[in-house]
Design a binder for this molecule. Structure first.
Ligand code: URA
Ligand code: SF4
Length: 192
């Protein structure tokens, strides 16, 4: 089966998932978006209000920032893949619960397996914590490691992990936007 077919099949499962209680309050699950041939996989946290309404990742203000950041290194959204830790919106955008992360991350794991990215960029501390644990990296504070490159081995080869601040923080803090612009240069270098 091709990556696209695998992803379609997975999407069907996610769209009817009731494995944690978030299905009761969601409007639409947000499967993820982008190319199944992407070299870069961005891992977000969870859908917000706009994402829940549209069923697409990063379509609100944080999405606008993400687009700017991608453009700053000459990338378009359809060249990368964007998927969240949780596929359904937590009420009032509260933090994900451990039980929800445990219930949902099989979907993210499967997406990573299908795409086999060269670079994984967790966005924000929840995504970073999950990805670091998954790949056996020592837990760190995001402020200490954002924009740094970690090399790991996986069953599909070597992967570079580059943790980044969550783009949402840049919507209310211009210093964070500059930090993100700086850290995106690490992605550019890793691609070249
Ligand atoms: N924030 C996220 O982490 N993911 C989205 O899809 C939107 C906002
Ligand atoms: Fe299923 Fe994940 Fe949605 Fe929970 S958040 S209902 S586990 S898709």
């Amino acid at each position: 089966m091709s990556g696209d077919e695998d992803m379609e099949k997975l999407a069907t499962t996610i769209l009817s998932c009731k494995k944690c209680s978030l299905w009761k309050t969601r409007n639409k699950p947000v499967v993820g978006a982008g190319s199944t041939n992407a070299k870069i996989f961005f891992v977000g946290e969870a859908p917000g209000r706009n994402e829940d309404l549209q069923g697409q990742p990063f379509v609100g203000r944080a999405g606008g920032i993400l687009d700017e950041l991608l453009q700053s290194i000459g990338l378009q959204r359809d060249e990368v893949y964007i998927g969240n830790i949780l596929k359904c919106r937590p009420p009032d955008n509260r933090n994900p619960l451990k039980s929800e992360i445990d219930a949902c991350t099989n979907f993210l794991n499967r997406q990573i397996e299908i795409i086999q990215p060269e670079i994984i960029c967790p966005l924000g501390s929840f995504a970073m914590s999950y990805i670091f644990e998954k790949f056996g990296l020592k837990q760190e504070k995001i402020s200490n490691v954002r924009g740094k490159l970690f090399q790991i081995n996986t069953i599909f080869g070597n992967v570079k992990i580059i943790p980044l601040y969550h783009p949402a923080v840049a919507t209310y803090n211009p210093n964070m936007k500059n930090a993100l612009l700086e850290d995106f240069k690490t992605i550019k270098k890793a691609l070249d």
